[in-house]
Write a protein that binds this ligand. Structure first.
Ligand code: KG4
Ligand code: ZN
Length: 307
């Protein structure tokens, strides 16, 4: 990797308590060109030296995807080089292999982001079997909604994680939804509702203890199901990705659970877990090496699934 530039919009959306699509697309337009220029500068390469151009096709916000994909197509046409449209979830899924000696290999992957919570049996590039996914809220969405309930700034995830470090995870008894369901599906909306109903019943509450108790409930379910999925799929390697995989308690508990069972755990560095272009570039490079190209008329797809 020669360069990785991220133009974060967190500060812009913070006053609204969540992502505002119109604000997001305007700022994609404004920052895209400077970010491309900065990446070329950092990498020390000319645009004519780039072998291929890639962008996310989906899932995501239509008005933001459109700007990224149109720009990458334009650069590809201008430079006379191939274009690759890639799947955002697949980008997260394969990111734990980025920079590893062995590269991509069979594993069970847990994708935990603001939009997805999914367990996948990774057989090879483009060969995925979805073992289970959330029935309602994604894990990151639950963190963000509970953060909002507790009056924490957007996004809730990192703030809940920070406060939880000083808290007692056993202080409040919260549900581990679907932990014994015998499948690999998840549900987090009941946990969020449990926090909502608990709050008015408490005369006073400890914010760190509540954050720690909520976080522990999410982490317990994620760890139990990931370990069970690795056993069912007969995989010795587990890879976790997506913004929630930055969570220090998840990293700690999944790390312990994997080493107890002789499983190898691959977790990317935090900067590679939240949305970034390096994971899209890595996936595009794998596809390019496998001879894949995308036609220029391939459209964005805000609801694109992993298949
Ligand atoms: O992968 P990502 O950057 O964007 C999506 O594709 O959704 O994930 C963002 C999500 C947000 O919900 C954010 O609150 C959560 O990841 N997140 C965390 C932590 N850091 C980010 N959740 C829990 N603990 C964290 N440390
Ligand atoms: Zn993402």
């Amino acid at each position: 990797m020669l360069a990785s530039e991220v133009a974060s919009q967190i500060a812009l959306h913070q006053p609204y308590g969540g992502v505002v699509p119109e604000v997001a697309s305007r700022n994609h337009l404004r920052t895209l060109r400077p970010v491309v220029d900065q990446a070329l500068k950092t990498a020390g390469v000319k645009i004519s030296e780039i072998e291929a151009f890639a962008a996310t096709r989906g899932p995501g916000l239509a008005t933001s995807l459109m700007i990224g994909a149109s720009a990458a197509k334009g650069l590809a046409v201008g430079a006379g080089k191939p274009f690759l449209a890639v799947n955002h979830i697949e980008g997260h899924l394969l990111s734990p292999f980025f920079g590893t000696d062995e590269g991509l290999r069979p594993a069970v992957g847990l994708v935990v982001s603001g939009g997805h919570t999914m367990l996948v049996d990774i057989m090879g590039l483009g060969q995925y079997r979805i073992l289970g996914q959330t029935r309602d809220d994604a894990a990151g969405e639950a963190f963000d909604k509970v953060g909002k309930l507790l009056g924490l700034p957007y996004p809730g995830g990192p703030n809940v994680n920070r406060l939880a470090k000083e808290g007692d995870p056993a202080r409040y008894d919260l549900p581990r939804s679907m932990i014994d369901s015998g499948d690999f599906h998840f549900s987090f909306s009941g946990l969020k509702t449990a926090v909502r109903y608990l709050l008015p019943k408490l005369e006073e509450f400890s914010l760190p203890d509540l954050c720690a108790s909520f976080q522990e409930a999410v982490v317990d379910v994620l760890v139990a199901k990931t370990i069970a999925a690795a056993r069912l799929a007969g995989r010795k390697v587990v890879g976790i990705s997506g913004g929630v995989s930055c969570n220090t308690r998840l990293r700690e508990k999944l790390g312990e659970a994997c080493s107890r069972r002789g499983l190898e755990l691959l977790i990317a560095e935090p900067w590679l877990c939240t949305d970034n272009a390096a994971m899209i570039g890595y996936l595009a490079a794998l596809k390019l090496a496998a001879g894949e190209r995308s036609p220029l008329d391939v459209d964005i797809d805000p609801g694109l699934r992993l298949s």
